[in-house]
Design a protein around this ligand. Structure first.
Ligand code: TYD
Ligand code: MG
Length: 426
């Protein structure tokens, strides 16, 4: 034993040794869950709301958070679950109007238009609903905390109190939180550590589709997603979302499809590019749905490794349908969209691709390639460019390449040549 070590634990003498459980004796059924009333929501939660858990639902203003949660509350209330909506942003009348749109105006759902943290706590302890939604956590404030409503200290204090009440009474508390334009929760990052699950509701206001994503989930697998469509009468679930983000009609030059993984699902995304000679000293690089740094890297690789003269060109990249691509396997599709856009009017029709592009110009193996290839086959793409090892894996697993033009074993330069050459030859 090292000197000094002996005294280290002296301060807290142990009185009784706590008895550990055996893994085999842990009962998962003891974790009771309440279904949210929306299968896509349950999928993200890992099978419904866990009693006593606190779930944070973040998203930009107007994305549909209040709609999602009101729909879920109405459905749970109709199924006999006791619910409560604490509304700090909207008056009871506004909630009623929204519920009319959703066809739930006759519901017995309980409303509490309230922003004072202590009052909300008292109501929860008195009513003990199974599920309570607080819309939004940013509106809660307490006189005990010496700072303005909406401040980090207020939000943190309200969350800490809600977490305690939830655990003590077995109430599921769902907190709605606004995020800033940069996607950060308006409030402290620490909030994410205080709650059991963090879900993010994403999508562009002007687009119909919304994705609900689990960023953190103590009671389910993270990275599972739910897909919804915002319609006249609220959110409609999209159980088979693979191709809903594709634009209608034929793919044009400058447009390449990529299968991206979202949890256990594979979605097809369409990457569109436009390349034009620039009159600026610093040519523009505009990206929507693709990380700007990632785009800069792909442009650099195309310039240096595939020798495309892009340095004096403005480059615009957009992902159709308001999807934001995070999967690194989208790199090759971005590269090929730019390459076919540069070769304007040529090639690109019906091209799909995936694979991460490295700085050396190599295209790397992608996870779950089989699933991605199958989705492309299902949609009948005529030219599919895939990392070599993914093709090998696909054939080994007995995947058939009937009539499908699966192409493998290339680097970025070869891939660009194939896609642009096809256009010239026909
Ligand atoms: P909302 O749920 O208020 O967003 P958040 O709480 O995230 O700020 O949704 C706002 C948008 O949704 C608004 O632009 C109107 C639209 N909407 C519909 O299209 N259909 C509907 O049935 C409802 C209730 C809202
Ligand atoms: Mg709202």
């Amino acid at each position: 034993m090292r000197p000094g070590r002996r005294n280290a634990g002296r301060a807290a003498p142990v009185t009784a040794s706590p008895a550990p459980l055996r893994l085999i004796d842990v009962d998962l059924d003891a974790q009771s869950r309440t279904e949210s009333g929306l299968a896509e929501f349950d999928r993200v939660l890992g099978g419904g709301f866990v009693a006593g858990s606190v779930v944070l639902v973040g998203g930009a203003p107007g994305v549909g958070k209040s709609t999602l949660l009101l729909q879920s509350l109405l459905s749970m209330e109709a199924a006999g679950v006791s619910t409560l909506l604490v509304s700090g942003e909207e008056s009871a009348g506004q909630v009623k109007l929204r519920s009319m749109r959703l066809g739930g105006e006759g519901s017995g759902l309980r409303l509490l238009p309230e922003t004072q943290t202590e009052s909300v706590m008292a109501a929860l302890e008195h009513l003990k609903p199974a599920v309570c939604v607080v819309d939004s956590v940013q509106t809660l404030w307490s006189g005990e905390v010496g700072s303005a409503p909406g401040s980090v200290a207020q939000i943190r204090d309200a969350t800490a109190q809600l977490v305690r009440v939830a655990k003590d009474n077995g109430i599921t508390v769902v907190l709605v939180g606004h995020v800033t334009k940069e996607g950060e929760l308006a409030g402290p990052r620490v909030l994410e550590h205080m709650v059991d699950a963090v879900l993010s509701f994403e999508g562009e206001r002007t687009q119909p589709f919304r994705i609900l994503r689990a960023v953190k989930n103590r009671f389910g697998s993270t990275n599972e997603v739910g897909v919804f469509q915002m319609a006249e009468q609220g959110l409609v679930e999209v159980p088979d979302p693979a191709s809903v983000f594709l634009e209608e009609g034929d793919l044009r030059s400058g447009s390449v499809v990529v299968p991206v993984l979202e949890g256990t699902r594979c979605l097809l995304a369409e990457v569109q590019a436009l390349v034009a000679p620039s009159s600026l000293a610093l040519p523009q690089r505009v990206a929507r749905g693709v990380d700007r740094n990632r785009l800069a890297m792909i442009v650099a690789v195309l310039s240096r490794r595939a020798r495309l003269p892009l340095l004096k060109c403005d480059i615009f990249v957009n992902v159709a349908g308001g999807l934001a691509l995070e999967d690194p396997a989208a790199d090759l599709a971005v590269a090929l969209a730019i390459a076919t856009a540069w070769r304007d009017g040529a090639g690109g029709q019906g091209v799909a691709a995936f694979g991460e592009v490295s700085l050396t110009g190599k295209v790397r193996y992608a996870l779950q390639g089989e699933k991605r290839i199958q989705e492309l086959v299902r949609r009948g793409f005529s030219q599919i460019l895939v990392p070599g090892r993914n093709v090998e894996e696909f054939s080994k697993a007995g995947g058939r390449d009937s009539g499908l033009r699966l192409q493998a074993g290339f680097d970025v330069e070869q891939a660009v040549k194939r896609v642009t050459a096809r256009s010239n030859g026909g």
